[in-house]
Design a protein around this ligand. Structure first.
Ligand code: PMP
Length: 431
């Protein structure tokens, strides 16, 4: 199925109008006009099963979110320099969800994007510690502002890292020995802290996505990050949990990904599904860490936490809770992983199956003995599934891990459809 002449014309206009830095999904790009629940629809009304969109967490075009946005937009949309009740109610609802210190003694600050939330987190960390150094994982993505692009090697092979940014390797649970993994990772963090102290003024923050999305999706071992947080604090830095990917129930009943690791973070950043597609993101921060920053400067963000954004976020949070979607994500995610484990017995090119909740990684390899990454096969599967109207993507430094991350309302029926097409396609590709 090639795209039609009209769509090809739109792709050319898009290139001309939006320029060269934009990318489209799939060899055969999709034109999308409507969404509903776990489905997207193209210009001909053809249905696509969306097993990839983590922004529409409670489902595309959820009526309750749409109504909340419309009602608030018809009443008032303004910024955080007036006293308004809904933002306070939202803060009171969300802060307890963080658990630990942030629940008891945290603040929440609103932004429009995850990049801004991380940018603000790092500025606060640098101000608080009086140091510049930042440690990330080797394939991290943390945003597109000047500061956060410098912590996002996954932007591209030639994307420049910030001067005070240091990388630690991906905790590759598929290839590295499990019993020494925690000490191995800790050792890398310690060495990078040493390096930052030798060449600069030391560590401000360690920032990490607890499901390691752009590194290739690693859910295990779950005792990896608590010792890192301890080490980071003992060396004067702060631990930032970037929950833009793992948060809001995506990785299951703990609601936040870092809770799987038993970490009590100093800051948490969040975004993507927070407003089910309406731009709202945030930073939760321990009060003592932001105290000096707040004394020395003010924070204002014209659109961050505006009345309509808060209405979208409140409706989204209510739906997540009322419909117990984080628990549902655990059940359906396990169901998908079990389905791929069955396929693995027939297709040894499925090297490893990982993930938590509705974040599923399926690593494709040339053969299970060498574990050599097969990014070409992964791309064939992503494009082949697209042609079968099932949408997923791939991740990791070799782009060989299938990334399956549907709206949290994905059902076991949807999962059966995904697995059916994956199986048929693997048969086809094996021929
Ligand atoms: N952190 C992580 C882990 C992300 O995946 C992303 C977005 N892909 C961001 C931060 C940046 O969020 P945004 O695109 O909203 O700026």
């Amino acid at each position: 199925a090639e795209c039609d002449a009209e769509t090809r014309g739109m792709i050319e206009r898009r290139m001309r109008l939006l320029g060269p830095a934009y990318r489209l999904f799939y060899e055969n790009p999709l034109r999308i006009e409507r969404g509903s629940g776990t489905f997207l629809y193209d210009q001909n009304g053809e249905e696509y099963l969306d097993a990839y969109n983590n922004v529409a967490g409670v489902g595309h075009a959820h009526p309750r979110v749409a109504e909340a946005i419309a009602a608030q937009a018809a009443r008032l949309c303004t910024h955080t320099r007036y006293v308004q009740e809904p933002i306070l109610r939202y803060a009171e609802r969300i802060l307890p969800s963080f658990g630990g210190t942030l629940a008891d003694d945290g603040h929440i600050m609103f932004t429009c994007t995850g990049s801004e939330a991380n940018d603000l987190a790092l500025r606060i960390a640098q101000h608080h510690t009086g140091r510049n150094g930042i440690i990330i994982t080797s394939e991290a993505y943390h945003g597109n502002s000047s500061l956060t692009a410098g912590l996002s090697p996954s932007l591209g092979r030639r994307a420049p890292l910030g001067q005070w940014v240091r990388q630690v390797p991906t905790p590759d649970s598929y290839r590295l020995p499990r019993d020494t993994m925690v000490s191995w990772f800790l050792d890398h963090v310690a060495r990078q802290i040493d390096d930052l102290e030798r060449h600069g003024n030391g560590l401000a923050a360690f920032i990490c996505d607890s499901i390691f999305s752009s590194d290739g999706i690693y859910d295990d071992p779950v005792d990896l990050l608590a010792p890192v947080a301890e080490l980071v604090r003992s060396r004067g830095g702060v631990f930032i949990a970037d929950e833009v990917q793992a948060g809001f129930g995506r990785t299951g009943h703990g609601f936040w990904g870092y809770r799987r690791h038993g970490v009590d973070p100093d800051m948490v950043t969040m975004g993507k599904p927070m407003g089910n597609g309406f731009p709202i993101a945030a930073l939760a921060v321990r009060s003592d860490i932001v105290a000096g920053f707040g004394r020395d400067m003010r924070y204002f963000n014209t659109f961050g936490g505006n009345s309509v954004a808060i209405a979208a976020a409140q409706a989204t949070l209510d739906i997540l809770r009322d419909d117990a979607l984080p628990e549902h994500a655990d059940r359906v995610g396990d169901y998908i992983r079990a389905g791929f484990a069955r396929l693995q017995k027939r297709f040894p090119v499925i090297g490893d199956i990982r993930g938590a909740g509705l974040y599923v990684g399926v690593e494709m390899v040339k053969d299970p003995e060498s574990k050599a990454p097969d990014g070409v096969l992964a791309a064939r599967i992503v494009n082949g599934l697209r042609n079968r109207h099932v949408l997923i993507s791939a991740t990791g430094c070799h782009a060989n891990t299938l990334k399956i991350r549907p709206p949290l309302v994905f059902t076991t029926g949807d999962a059966d459809r995904l697995l059916h097409h994956a199986e048929a396609l693997l048969e086809e590709l094996a021929e």
